[in-house]
Design a protein around this ligand. Sequence first.
Ligand SMILES: Nc1ncnc2c1ncn2[C@@H]1O[C@H](COP(=O)(O)OP(=O)(O)OP(=O)(O)O)[C@@H](O)[C@H]1O
Ligand SMILES: [Mg+2]
Length: 305
Amino acid sequence: MTPAAAALQAPDTQGNILTVEHLTMRFGGLIAIDDISFEAKDKEITAIIGPNGAGKTTVFNCLTGFYKPSVGRLTLHHPVKGNFLLEQMEGFRIPQNASVARTFQNIRLFSSMSVLENLVVAQHNALMQASAFTFAGLFGLKRYQDAEKEAVERAKYWLDRVRLTDRADWEAGNLPYGAQRRLEIARAMCTDPVLLCLDEPAAGLNPRESAELNDLLIFIRDEHDIGLLLIEHDMSVVMGISDHIVVLDYGRKISDGSPQDVRNDPAVIRAYLGEEEDEDLPPEVVKDLEQDKERHSGKDGEGED
Ligand SMILES: Nc1ncnc2c1ncn2[C@@H]1O[C@H](COP(=O)(O)OP(=O)(O)OP(=O)(O)O)[C@@H](O)[C@H]1O
Ligand SMILES: [Mg+2]
C-alpha cells in the first residue's frame, strides 16, 4: 500500500466526521465558494450560517455530489469503513458507500407515494443488495425477506419519531408543510447515515414546530451518534442546538467557533447587521447583537479613558 493510500485508510483521530479543505466552486465568472476550510466533528451539530447567497447550499451540493468542486478536498471519515474523498466519488455512491444523507432547501419527496412508501423506497439500496440484484433473489431469498422486514421496521421506527405513524398511508404531497419537512428527515435517517446534512429544515415552521425540530435533531445526535451539518436561518434553532458554527459571507468563511464565539464576532455582526441583512434574524437576536455591540463599544471607550 502506498503511504497516501494508507493515510486514506487511517481513521481520523481528532473525532472529525468531515474535513473540508480549500473548497472552491466557480460557476463561469462567479465564485460561489472561495477557498473554504472547516471541520465537523462526529456526534456534534455543526451549523453553517450566513446571509442569502453566501454559498451554504453550494457547500452541500459539493459534499453530496450534485456539483464537482473546482478545487478542494472533502474527506468523510467513516467510523467503520475508513476515509472517502467525496469530491472524487460519483454522486450516487456518496449516500450508498460513504453514508452521507441530505434534505433539500425545497422539499423533495415522492409526493404521490404514501408516507410509508417514501421511507421504504429510501432503503432501496439495502434491499437490492439483499436480493443479490437478481429477480430470483427478490422472491426466493430469505435474506431479502429479512431485509424487507427490517426496512419496514426501520420505517415504522422513524414514523414514530417524527409523529407520522397515524398518517403512514397519506400521500406525502397532501401532508401539511411542517410534516413534510419531518418526513424528509425521517427518509434521510432511513438510509442509516453517518453524516446528515439538513438544508434549512426549520424554514416555514411555526415556533412550536421549530422547538420540536430542535428536540428531534438533538435526539438524532445523541441517540444515533452521528454528525449533523445544519444550514439554518432560524437563529433560535442555530443558537439553541449547535455545538459549532461556521459562518459564510459572499462565498468566504468569516467565522468559525462555538455559538458564543460566533455571536460576539464583529465580522459576523457586520455581515448580519450591515446593509439590510437584519431581516435574516429574528428581532430578539438583532436586539441581543446590538446590545453586545454597544457593550463592546462601551468597553473600548472605557479603555481609552
Ligand atoms: N448552478 C449554479 N449556477 C450558477 N450560479 C449558482 C449555481 N448555484 C449557486 N449559484 C450561485 O452561487 C451563490 C451561492 O448560492 P447558494 O445557493 O449556495 O447560497 P445560499 O447561501 O444557500 O443562499 P440562501 O440562504 O438564499 O439559500 C449565489 O450567488 C448563487 O446564485
Ligand atoms: Mg441555500
